[in-house]
Each structure stands twice: as C-alpha cells, then as structure tokens.
Write a protein of this length. Structure first.
Length: 215
C-alpha cells in the first residue's frame, strides 16, 4: 500500500472525527459540514431527477386539449356522414317516385283505347280521357284521370312496399305531376316533381318526359 495514500486517509478521518474525554470518536465541525454538504447534493440530485421524469400541469392540460380536439373532429365527421347518408337515401327514393309519376301518365296514355271512332291518342289528348293541362296527383295503380289535390304527403304501405295515398305511414314526400299539351297535337310534356324537407332544408327532385302519338 502506498504510504502517502494511507497518510491522506488517516488525515481525512482525523478531519472528520476526533476523540472526546472518554476516548470515543465524535464528528468534528468540518465533518458535520461535509456531511451536510453531501446530503444537500443528494437532495438536489433527487429533486432534479424527479423534475425530469414527471409532467407539468401545463403539459397535461395541453395533452388533454389535443385529445379532446381530435375526438370533437371525429364526432363531427361521423355526424356529417350520417346526415349525408340519410339525405342520399331520401334522394334515391325521391328519384324513383318522380320517375313513377312519369310512368303513371304514360300508362294512362297507353291504356286509352280507341273510343267513338277516335284513336286512343286523340281521345286522350283531347282531354276527354287524359288530364287537362295543370298540376295533378296520382299513385301507382291509377289508370283514369289524375286527381287535382296534389299537395298531400305520400303514404308508405310497409306490407306492400308501395307509396300511395290511401293507407300506410306518412312520409315527408310530396309529388306533383304537371301535364302540358303542345299545339302540334302529337306531343305532351309531363313533369314529375317530388319535394321533401329534412332537418329544416328543402329538397326537390324532378323528372320530365315527352309523350308522343305513337299509334
């Protein structure tokens, strides 16, 4: 062992402790100061470690805010998608109802037979059988004249899967059929409009067709 190292160790021990009258070792003032300094350094080290390993209140608040903003955006997107899905379904139904209105009038024309020596088209076109110019109401099984009170809600018969005016659950759809005969005598314009309101917004789907004297 190095004599110098051994001497330094004895000197350090002597600086920290001294003998009292009983011959027992007790810490010196220098030893106590060194011990306090060491404990203070350990306390600062522990405090710094705790500060570096935790989160501040501001960081927690910012994290919660970011999460809530993300959830809010997701909920808004889901609500938007669901609302548009409902509107898309109603548009498809309205488009089919509008086309059905055209087909109802076409069937009336086709089912009009020759009467009183007049061809079916002439008889239908002359307003003796077909509807006059104006706005009308009709449902899928109508074969005669159209009804004038078109401003009524269509009913849905779930058992038959059909829209009509007699029985069923009321729907938001109204259908108006407009007929206009042209002066040529061989052509008529038929327009079918289906309207409804959804969440305070009005919608309209329109279909039109030209009927000719095909006979």
């Amino acid at each position: 062992m190095n004599p110098r190292t051994t001497k330094q160790s004895r000197d350090n021990t002597a600086n920290k402790f001294c003998c009292n009258n009983s011959g027992l070792l007790r810490p010196t003032a220098a030893g106590l100061a060194m011990t306090d300094s060491y404990q203070h350094m350990k306390f600062r080290e522990i405090k710094i470690k705790n500060k570096e390993s935790g989160f501040t209140l501001l960081e927690v608040i910012v994290g919660i805010y970011i999460i809530l903003m993300g959830l809010g955006g997701s909920l808004s997107l889901i609500t938007y998608v669901l609302a548009n899905s409902s509107a898309s379904v109603n548009r498809v139904i309205a488009a089919n109802l509008a086309q059905e209105g055209i087909e109802i009038v076409r069937n009336m024309r086709d089912l009009t037979s020759d009467t009183g020596g007049q061809p079916g088209w002439v008889y239908w076109f002359s307003c003796n059988c077909g509807p006059p110019d104006g706005d009308w109401r009709a449902q899928y099984d109508d074969t005669g004249n159209l009804a004038i009170d078109w401003d009524r809600y269509l009913l849905f018969d779930a058992s038959a899967g059909l829209y009509q005016y007699q029985t069923g659950t009321e729907t938001p759809f109204k259908r108006k059929i407009h007929v206009q005969r042209l002066a040529s005598g061989v052509e008529a314009i038929v327009t079918s409009e289906v309207s409804w309101t959804e969440k305070g917004r009005a919608y309209l789907v329109k279909a039109d067709s030209r009927l000719w004297n095909w006979r």
